[in-house]
Design a protein around this ligand. Structure first.
Ligand code: BES
Ligand code: MN
Ligand code: ZN
Length: 489
């Protein structure tokens, strides 16, 4: 498990700036104003901060940008990081500044002087989010990480403001660790075991095994995992922080720990990326952790379908017909369109058991969504404008890209099967939409529902604003905010 870097909030002590070993960071505004600490560092360095602010380079710094000055005279520090934040900066600017500081710091000591409780908390959040490395499988003994101190005028207030944000960051780290982990380590059983650990935070966790799933009639889910030696599982995580018996929000995640494609085998090139095919389940897990850590006053239930899609002598074949828990039959044309087969049973179960006030499923469902939206936006599909708009607003506020896509009868018609109630693929055109249409067949009309296709955003090959390359944790922040905005009153 990757832990958050501890951040200690301390009282302002401008004399301490001179003697700090490692890096010192101070804040200036693009309008040319220095705070008290920046003025102190400017005096110590015989005007270096001011010379930077008088230079042409300063005009090119973006809000949230950081410029480093190496080996300053008059200080023990080997670098001064000058953070540029306008007086009325956005939350995003403050987070970006924190992330930039984390990146510059590496594993050095950092002493950051910044003021304003909100601003302090937002910078600290960005710093915490970017201070992530997945190095559990590197044998070279991990470098000891230095300390991070944030110097501000009201450290107690800052700690209180940062706490709920750091709970979210912990949830994001949980998601990233799960998504980054290879499939021989994160088997279905290991995944379930890690989720059971959430019970220490007050989440009620149940693990349903294959016998129980068979009894429930989850044949489409089971048919995906039947070629694997790892047993299929469904894990149910309940956080009841809200009004007793109030209908919960249900979060449903695709947890394919590895997707070979099954008998419809994927090509070898890039197949290793399919370790992230449990990304939806990872986001559900991380969101549950964040909600529990910050003791959210809402009822939320997370359900994940954990399976491995492997070819074998008893794997599902193209052409097989299987019966879902709902009772509808599915002709499996392509065993690589497995995510929908997992989700449809878990979604049906979620609605039958919990009668949720809303249901959001997350899945690395289609390659087609990457063709459509790249790695900038997740695809958003919904049967309910109110819930959908609320989610889009939450995602925008957290700077997590999300773009609504259409649904409609003509797309649904593409799923017609000659011999069963439906096929599991609708052909190449609009592949992400027909996948969503398949899911919608398992959504009761009275359930407000959103499907998030996160194939393009769950794990990326270059750094993002708040994450190094690899698993991003996309969605934890947006879902947490959605819960805060519409389910916590
Ligand atoms: N897990 C994949 C989708 C995926 C592709 C996720 C790339 C992340 C990156 C999914 O199970 C899949 O294989 N989808 C097929 C569907 C097709 C057979 C209709 C696809 O997108 O090619
Ligand atoms: Mn697949
Ligand atoms: Zn898949």
């Amino acid at each position: 498990m990757t832990d958050l870097t501890p951040i200690t909030f301390i009282e302002t002590d401008i004399d301490a700036l001179a003697g700090h070993e490692g890096r010192v960071a101070v804040v200036v505004s693009p309008e040319g104003r220095m705070g008290q600490s920046a003025r102190r560092v400017n005096r110590l360095t015989k005007g270096a901060v001011q010379r930077f602010m008088d230079s042409d380079a300063f005009g090119k710094v973006k809000p949230g940008g950081v410029t480093s000055m190496a080996w300053p005279v008059g200080m023990a520090a080997h670098a001064v990081d000058v953070v540029c934040l306008p007086r009325n900066h956005s939350v995003e600017d403050a987070r970006k500044a924190g992330a930039a500081l984390a990146k510059l710091r590496g594993s050095d000591n950092l002493l950051l002087a910044v003021d304003g409780t909100r601003r302090v908390a937002d910078v600290a959040f960005g710093l915490a989010m970017r201070d992530y490395t997945f190095d559990v499988h590197k044998t070279a003994s991990a470098e000891q990480s230095g300390s991070v101190h944030v110097m501000c005028s009201k450290p107690q207030d800052a700690t209180a403001a940062a706490d709920p944000l750091l709970a979210i960051a912990s949830g994001v780290f949980f998601t990233r660790d799960l998504v980054n982990e290879p499939a021989n380590v994160l088997t279905t059983t290991d995944f379930a075991d890690r989720l059971v650990e959430l019970s220490s935070l007050g989440v009620a966790v149940e693990v349903l095994d294959e016998d129980e799933l068979a009894k429930l009639g989850m044949r489409t889910l089971l048919c995906v995992g039947q070629g694997s030696d790892s047993p299929s599982k469904v894990v149910v995580m309940q956080w009841n922080g809200g009004v007793h018996d109030a209908a919960p929000l249900a979060l449903v995640g695709k947890g394919v720990v590895f997707d070979t494609g099954g008998i419809s085998l994927k090509p070898a090139g890039g197949m290793e990326d399919m370790t992230m095919d449990m990304g939806g389940a990872g986001v559900v897990a991380g969101t549950m952790k964040a909600l529990a850590l910050r003791k959210a006053k809402a009822n939320v239930v997370g359900l994940v379908g954990l399976v491995e899609n492997m070819p074998s002598g008893n794997a599902t074949r193209p052409g097989d017909v299987v019966t879902s828990m709902k009772g509808d039959t599915v002709e499996v044309i392509n065993t690589d369109a497995e995510g929908r087969l997992v989700l449809c049973d878990v979604m049906w179960y979620a609605q039958e058991r919990f009668k949720p006030a809303g249901m959001i499923d997350l899945a690395t469902l289609t390659g087609a969504i990457i063709i459509g939206l790249g790695h900038e936006n997740a695809g958003v599909f919904s049967n309910n404008d109110g819930l959908c708009n609320a989610f889009l607003k939450s995602a925008a506020a957290e700077n997590e890209g999300a773009w609504r896509m259409p649904l409609g009868q003509a797309y649904d018609d593409l799923l017609k099967s000659r011999i069963a109630d439906m096929k599991n693929i609708g052909g190449r055109p609009a592949g992400s939409v027909t996948a969503a249409q398949f899911l919608q067949r398992f959504v009761k009309p009275e359930t407000p529902w959103i499907h998030l296709d996160i194939a393009g955003v769950a794990s990326v090959k270059s750094d993002t604003a708040l994450a190094p390359k690899g698993a991003t944790g996309w969605g934890v922040m947006a879902l947490n905010r959605l819960v805060a905005d519409i389910y916590e009153g």
